[in-house]
Write a protein that binds this ligand. Structure first.
Ligand SMILES: C[S@@+](CC[C@H](N)C(=O)[O-])C[C@H]1O[C@@H](n2cnc3c(N)ncnc32)[C@H](O)[C@@H]1O
Length: 323
């Protein structure tokens, strides 16, 4: 079982401290009392990993690279197989002690699309709902964030994050295995990110309301989601699967999404980027061997999914909590 005491001690003097009791209760309910079928296997794999603190991580063309200290003698073949125990690796790319991890997603491309349009995270406390394995948390810290807290319920991603944390000196990136709806109204984060989560929620209005409740007055909300082409009256609700995914509920047009964000209470709402996802950004690799975007598109017409819906396109919308 992974410990979150570092998070609680780091934030004991912060505005998050008044929510520690609620967070501890949520972790008991949704993590400790809810053992994943593969937890023991992953616990054992994690215990067998090297735990040396490397001096730094650095960015190498979008790849987060953890350098190997000269004191560490590593059997690269063994270490590669240890990292592969935590497949599929979806978000990255990474280079961990000399081993390149070619992830399903070029998450750096998403970061590059959004970073020029947001208030610089330097010195800010940021929250990332549905953070995945923490790739974006390190990008936020690397861009100067004071504190980067992520939540994500997928247990495998917590293990990927933890094995990376075990190789780094203490830092201000924290991942809690919770859903956005498990969190209290913090009313304190300077920036709240929700990247690739809205369409997984049955109630998008509730999700947007939660994002507002996490931000301080005047704080920034950065929302990235799948959208559908169309005007302010267009919202696509897939009849069943969308791009072979069964958990997609709601794809508004960019204009409909802006309307919705304003209705829920955001100010200064603006769409800063629209992008059609390319099979170069999301693909099958040696580290994620399942099907990926190329398999989800109509083989004769890449502008459509296999179900005949418009192919995945994503918008980044930015706004503020009033204040
Ligand atoms: C498509 S991935 C996006 C990951 C990352 N934010 C990105 O943009 O690449 C969706 C993530 O949201 C997580 N997720 C799904 N439902 C969630 C919820 N209710 N609250 C928080 N995270 C959720 C999943 O575990 C998954 O890691």
């Amino acid at each position: 079982m992974i410990s979150f005491e570092n998070f609680f001690s780091t934030t004991r003097e912060s505005p998050l401290a008044e929510h520690h009791v609620a967070l501890r209760a949520a972790l008991v309910d949704h993590y400790e009392s809810d053992e994943h079928g593969r937890s023991r296997e992953w616990d054992a794999a994690l215990a067998g990993m090297p735990t040396t603190e490397v001096t730094q991580y650095k960015l190498d063309e979008g790849r987060i690279s953890l350098t190997q200290p000269s004191s560490l003698e590593l059997d690269i073949e063994l270490f590669t197989s240890q990292l592969k125990a935590f497949m599929p690796w979806r978000k990255g790319p990474w280079q961990i002690l000399g081993v390149p991890i070619d992830t399903e997603w070029r998450s750096d491309w998403k970061w590059d699309r959004l970073q020029p349009h947001i208030t610089p995270v330097t010195g800010r406390n940021v929250l990332d709902i549905g953070t995945g394995n923490g790739y974006f948390l390190y990008r936020m810290l690397g861009s100067g964030a004071e504190l980067a807290v992520g939540v994500d319920p997928t247990r495998l991603f917590l293990y990927q994050f933890q094995l990376i944390q075990n190789l780094l000196p203490p830092n201000n990136a924290h991942l809690l295995p919770l859903r956005g709806e498990h969190l209290p109204a913090f009313n304190s984060f300077d920036t709240v990110f929700s990247l690739g989560v809205l369409y997984h929620r049955r109630s998008p209005v509730d999700h947007i309301g939660e994002l507002l409740s996490f931000a301080r007055d005047g704080g920034e909300i950065v929302l990235e989601t799948l959208i559908a082409p169309g005007d302010e009256n267009t919202i696509l609700v897939p009849e069943n699967r969308y791009a072979k995914m069964s958990n997609i509920w709601f794809l508004p047009s960019a204009d409909a999404l802006e309307n919705l964000l304003r209705r829920v209470g955001l100010e200064n709402v603006r769409t800063v980027d629209v992008n059609i996802t390319s099979p170069k950004e999301q693909k099958t690799t040696d580290w994620m061997e399942f099907q990926s975007l190329a398999d989800f598109l109509d083989p004769d017409d890449h502008s459509l999914t296999v179900e005949g819906y418009p192919a995945p396109r994503r918008a980044i919308v930015v706004g503020n909590k009033p204040g």
